[in-house]
Design a protein around this ligand. Structure first.
Ligand SMILES: [Zn+2]
Ligand SMILES: [Zn+2]
Length: 396
């Protein structure tokens, strides 16, 4: 589908190899004509005929069905193997995923795995945010760039999945069949063919596209970095709202195999809730979660970086005695941090070893749990102290 292009020499010194890759007329037509058609036809029909309740309901219904098939299926299941799903679930995800018109699972997941492996690399990340908003949002799809050509060497496991293989072989028929068939069938059943087709078919498709693409563009540019600053990924609750929880992208890039993106219980992540619900009824299993301590360790490490940065900036302005004390305190905090991590590993190893030998009584289990909980609480408090410290020094 993406032939290997011959990179043409660029006109300016800033041109990168492949920057002037040949236009892909199929994707360019689809991704410019569908928004244009939605922009003209939806308001025109809304004003002249008006949309009924079923048309609006079909928009929400298909938006969630297709969007969640991408996030639960294409992304967390097939790209990251964050859980395992019953074959019936895989079929539903594959069909509604095809309806989202974002290429086959095999192509999507293989490109996405490269995105994680080479994140921000301008030549190897298919939608590197370092190539700008436009490129990472949709520019990368409109031309046949070398960075996004098909290479399934990182997706052999997916080639062996019969659902993935079937969807890849019959992608065009599935994509066309679902995009025309489902809205037309629902529209016919409720007696509003045009209303449902325009909202549940056309507008839904355009929204699905841009909401997903926001993850590659805005969620790599706008938001906070609580877990890592080693790549451009950000946590952004607004993006999470539009993308069924995928906007907690900073967390996702450091712990990509966790089935959650919004890791805190209160963070809006319908994708994780759906996966959890599927597991309660036996349709999903092996949900992967990184240990809480790893998450806390990443947060505290980031907080150390921020505090060090605040101190360094303060020093650049003027050295003083207070700063020396702050430095000494930071060194003490760092020693405590290392000690807590060592402690945690030691206690956990002992716990696992005793468990393997089945030596543990119930009360001993509880005491191990309590000890680990205490270490985690100490780290949480340390994170708070460091945050206060970095704020104080950044403010003065
Ligand atoms: Zn990303
Ligand atoms: Zn991912």
């Amino acid at each position: 589908m993406n032939p290997v292009p011959t990179p043409a020499p660029g006109p300016g010194p800033a041109a990168r190899p492949g920057e002037h890759a040949p236009i892909n007329w199929l994707t360019t037509s689809v991704f410019t004509l569908t928004p244009l058609a939605a922009l003209v036809l939806v308001p025109w029909y809304g004003v002249s005929q008006g949309f009924g309740g079923w048309a609006w309901a079909s928009l929400v219904l298909f938006l969630f069905a297709c969007g969640l098939s991408i996030t639960v299926g294409y992304h967390r299941l097939w790209s990251h193997q964050a859980f395992q799903a019953h074959v019936a679930v895989r079929w539903v995800l594959a069909v509604f995923g095809a309806m989202a018109l974002q290429n086959s699972i095999l192509i999507w997941a293989s490109q996405h795995r490269r995105h994680h492996l080479h994140v921000d690399d301008v030549d190897r990340d298919p939608y590197s945010a370092r190539r700008g908003f436009w490129f990472s949002h949709m520019g990368w799809i409109l031309r046949d760039y070398p960075s996004s050509r098909n290479d399934f060497s990182n997706a052999r496991d997916l080639e062996r999945d019969p659902v993935v293989a079937f969807q890849h072989r019959h992608y065009l028929a599935l994509a066309l069949g679902t995009n025309f068939g489902f809205p037309l069938a629902l529209g016919w059943a409720v007696g509003d063919v045009w209303g449902v087709f325009l909202l549940g078919g056309l507008l839904r498709l355009v929204l699905n596209h841009h909401f997903t693409w926001f993850i590659n563009s805005l969620a790599h540019m706008w938001g906070s970095q609580p877990y890592t600053d080693e790549n451009t990924a950000r946590d952004n609750p607004l993006m999470a709202f539009l993308t069924y929880g995928e906007g907690y992208h900073n967390f996702h890039h450091i712990f990509q195999n966790d089935y959650r993106n919004g890791v805190k219980w209160w963070q809006y992540d319908p994708t994780k809730w759906l996966i959890a619900a599927l597991s309660w009824v036996g349709l999903a299993s092996n949900l992967k979660r990184v240990p809480d301590l790893w998450i806390r360790r990443a947060q505290v490490a980031m907080q150390f970086k921020r505090t060090e940065h605040a101190l360094a900036q303060r020093q650049a302005r003027a050295g003083d005695e207070q700063l020396e004390r702050a430095r000494a305190r930071l060194a003490e905090e760092y020693a405590a941090f290392r000690e807590a991590l060592d402690d945690w590993s030691r206690v956990r190893e002992q716990w696992l070893a005793d468990r393997r030998q089945r030596l543990l009584q119930k009360w001993e289990e509880a005491s191990f749990r309590r000890r680990l909980g205490q270490i985690e609480t100490a780290l949480r408090l340390q994170q708070r102290r460091l945050r206060a410290m970095s704020r104080a020094y950044a403010a003065t």
